[in-house]
Design a protein around this ligand. Structure first.
Ligand SMILES: C[S@@+](CC[C@H](N)C(=O)[O-])C[C@H]1O[C@@H](n2cnc3c(N)ncnc32)[C@H](O)[C@@H]1O
Ligand code: SF4
Length: 457
């Protein structure tokens, strides 16, 4: 691999500059967006509830609260109906979070609705290691789940303790046993691992990958540890500050350990040869995100829903979607976004690019494509461009840079409703005090977690 820290940081600077217009979100009215004219469409359903709020996680999530979750799922199903009435069709559905399995009955009812309305066959669900219980797994399989994705992060108990996951989700050995037992129950069983944690040694990560390979799961997503201003302090306090200079060493281990019996589905997702389905971001050109704090991308326009669960529910009750902001990407940005997503998915098909964006795609992105070629990140073949191993490393860096900028947007939106988000999962108030969680929700069944709380979400 030809790498140097200088090239890495130069590339990231150029990438930041060229993609600075992606997230210029402005207020939007909440009407259902137009059905995309071309390309497939995926449905993403966001469930923000979690039993533990991990110190490193910058997703939109709140402390689990049963009553709030039941109301939320009802709003989700109503929003899904809005899209059905507007004529949307989906190729598949992805339930992410947060932790979708915190309310199994509600989740299964929602899966049933999506299947009935859209006839989807690809159903992906995220979960945590503790929820890998035989009864729940059986129900998910019966409901038609085709891909179960487990947030393992690491099998190393020292790191799990730092991540504040050991107590709640179990030791590395417990998690490994549960995954072994679940292997074969779903067409795709994915394990999420995080690399480049400050106190993670290369040897510890190698052991994680070796153990993963022995468990029978057929997909692994290896994410570099990312951050956001809102969690940086708490994350560094609990886990230390990651050193970006080690990223390439970790990435080399991923390639060495997973090849040859796993093939890359994207720059950070690897699937056992001939098995499994991919992550939704690379599987489809368009996606609709429903729920609070969800993003949609439809025909070149980005949309985001409200990060207030209360405001989200209110909008849905008024017959609108949860959308509060949107941004029509410029023509150049639409092309650059397509290039990022396609290359992250390992290659760009020339014919596809010409059909979607016209011949100008190639001269407008001449600089980007030429740079990738000159660096040895992509090479031409008969169909277009394919990513090399060096290219996978750089696309992994660029995608994490992009997701960190999304984290910045999430932070800003969550800061507006900080008090509401903090209130979920707080102990039930006395009769005389007004309850902090809006819309009359009480959380008596969800006592506050033992671990430390977020100082800022
Ligand atoms: C939204 S979580 C859902 C999984 C489930 N809630 C759990 O944690 O067990 C999806 C994945 O995002 C990844 N993730 C969360 N925060 C991250 C961060 N700061 N850096 C890298 N990956 C992160 C984790 O690997 C996690 O499993
Ligand atoms: S990593 Fe998973 S369990 Fe932890 S806070 Fe994020 S979504 Fe919730």
């Amino acid at each position: 691999m030809i790498h140097s820290t200088f090239i890495d940081s130069a590339l990231i600077r150029i990438f930041r500059f060229r993609t600075r217009g992606f997230l210029r979100m402005a207020e939007s009215d909440g009407a259902v967006p137009p059905v995309p004219r071309e390309g497939g469409c995926y449905l993403y359903v966001h469930i923000p509830f979690c039993e533990v709020l991990c110190p490193f996680c910058s997703f939109h999530r709140v402390q689990h609260c049963h009553e709030a979750a039941v109301r939320y799922f009802a709003a989700l199903r109503a929003e899904i109906w809005h899209y059905q009435h507007a004529g949307f069709k989906f190729d598949g559905v992805y339930f992410g979070g947060g932790t979708p399995t915190t309310e199994p009955d509600e989740l299964i009812e929602t899966i049933g609705l999506v299947k009935r309305l859209f006839g989807v066959r690809e159903i992906s669900v995220e979960t945590n290691p503790k929820d890998l219980q035989p009864a729940l797994l059986g129900r998910l399989r019966e409901a038609g789940v085709t891909r179960l994705s487990v947030g393992v992060q690491s099998f190393d108990d020292t790191l799990l303790r730092e991540m504040e996951r050991y107590e709640k989700y179990g030791s590395g050995a417990d998690t490994a046993e549960r995954i072994r037992a679940a292997a074969g129950m779903f067409p795709t069983l994915n394990v999420d691992l995080i690399f480049n944690q400050a106190h993670q040694t290369l040897e510890s990560f190698e052991r994680d990958l070796d153990l993963f390979r022995s468990l029978g799961a057929n997909q692994v997503s290896c994410y570099p540890l990312m951050t956001a201003p809102s969690v940086a302090r708490r994350m560094e306090g609990a886990m230390g500050a990651p050193d970006r200079g080690r990223l390439r060493q970790f990435f080399r281990i991923i390639l060495r350990k997973l090849q040859p019996d796993f093939t890359a589905s994207s720059a950070w997702c690897f699937t056992k040869r001939g098995q499994g389905s991919d992550e939704y971001i690379v599987a489809s050109e368009n996606y609709v995100g429903v729920g609070s704090g969800a993003f949609s991308y439809l025909d070149g326009t980005l949309y985001a829903t409200s990060f207030s669960l209360a405001a989200y529910e209110e909008r849905i009750a008024q017959g609108r979607t949860g959308i509060v902001t949107s941004h029509r990407l410029s023509e150049g940005d639409r092309m650059r976004y397509a290039l990022l997503v396609r290359m992250f998915g390992l290659g760009l098909d020339r014919e596809w690019a010409r059909r979607r964006h016209g011949r100008k795609f190639f001269w407008r992105l001449w600089g980007e494509l030429r740079t990738l070629e000159l660096l040895g990140a992509a090479r031409r073949n008969a169909r277009g461009w394919v990513l090399t191993e060096d290219g996978m490393y750089w696309l992994m860096l660029m995608m994490s840079e992009f997701l960190e900028s999304v984290n910045g947007y999430r932070d800003a939106m969550r800061a507006h409703v900080h008090e509401e988000l903090e209130a979920y999962g707080k102990p039930a108030p006395s009769q005389t005090e007004p309850h902090p969680v809006p819309m009359g929700v009480t959380c008596m069944e969800s006592p506050a977690p033992a671990g430390p709380r977020l100082t800022r979400t």
